[in-house]
Design a protein around this ligand. Sequence first.
Ligand code: PMP
Length: 404
Amino acid sequence: TTFEQFERHINPGLAGLLRFTGLDKVESHAEGVYVWDTEGKRYLDFLGLYGTLSLGHRHPKVVEAVKAQLDRMPMSVRVLVCEPATRLAARLAEITPGELSMVYFGNSGTEGVEAALKFARFYTGKPGFITTQGGYHGKTLGALSVTPREHYQLPARPLVPGVTVVPFGDAKAIEAAIGPDTAAVIVEPIQGEGGIRVPPEGYLREVRRITREKGVLMIADEVQTGMGRTGKLWAVNWEEVEPDILVSAKALGGGVMPISATICRPEILSIYKTEPLIHSTTFGGNPLAAAAALAAIEVTLGEDIPTRAAQMGAYLLGQLAELQKAYPEFIQEVRGRGLLVGLEFSDADIGAVVVAELATRGVLTAFGLNNPKVVRLEPPLIVEKNHIDQCIEALDGALKATQL
Ligand code: PMP
């Protein structure tokens, strides 16, 4: 069977985890907020590929744009100018804060972060990075080096040297950690994999003030928070902060294509004036991905998706607060912003059982990669009230079953 092949050829441990959570099923097709498995069971997708499917599955305008590009030119030759990527870069310059205006395209959030780290070294000539506890930036060697979870890091050592880890949400700790060798501070505006952790108000503004004062770059990792997820187009907009580098991925491709964009203040990429091939990749910003992103941006802005995320997020958080009152022994905290929402359970085992019970009830969720006590809810931003009610009802059933 496909599941057995997955277990043998792809990932036996993950297969075991899927079996434990009742998700040892094979996906068949998807539409909007729903996914079907090959046995015909329908699931409400409240994970959305870890925050990627902000426009739901197969948004018609994104699919249409990709199909049109597929018929014209799916791959760039790279020795001529790629029109969709160029138009996308110009569009990203318009919709990101302040002077952010030069774009490096990659194929994943991790690649976007790798590029940001290298650009920071190129520009400053310094090696050091400051990152935050619980931060998640990817698992290639550079990105992993600023993802301070020992579980992932130890078997991969030696990592990239020069990384200092400080508590998340503590701007003073960043100030204290900055030294003569620091190139950049990398931070998520709200931690996703770390367990949907929202920093104290003013944190990002403080980090910006401190980094500017000390001549250190600020890299905002908006891979998960960007494209409307938190109720504004970018999460840094909440504090009107302009980072030196903003990394976007996941939802940027409209849930149809993989793409990342590392968007920089122009002077940071001045190295390209003399060293045009210093950092490059074959598939980054390919025409299909760029077409998908252009369509995703137009839908997101045209339909004011961030405002929807804010409204539906407020509704979801309100419903979850009610649920917490009914199950105070299990649910320790409900938190988030927009439709980036987390439920912290008293321990990771309960979280896992709740994920499994939810799957039985046809709702897809998962726990944070860096914080298994937290079950995250990241539905498509096009989700409607009745979908949220369905999720809450399933959660109620799941928690009742967990109590037994
Ligand atoms: N940064 C953040 C904030 C993320 O949430 C993730 C993925 N969860 C990444 C980087 C890595 O992105 P990808 O999985 O697309 O490589």
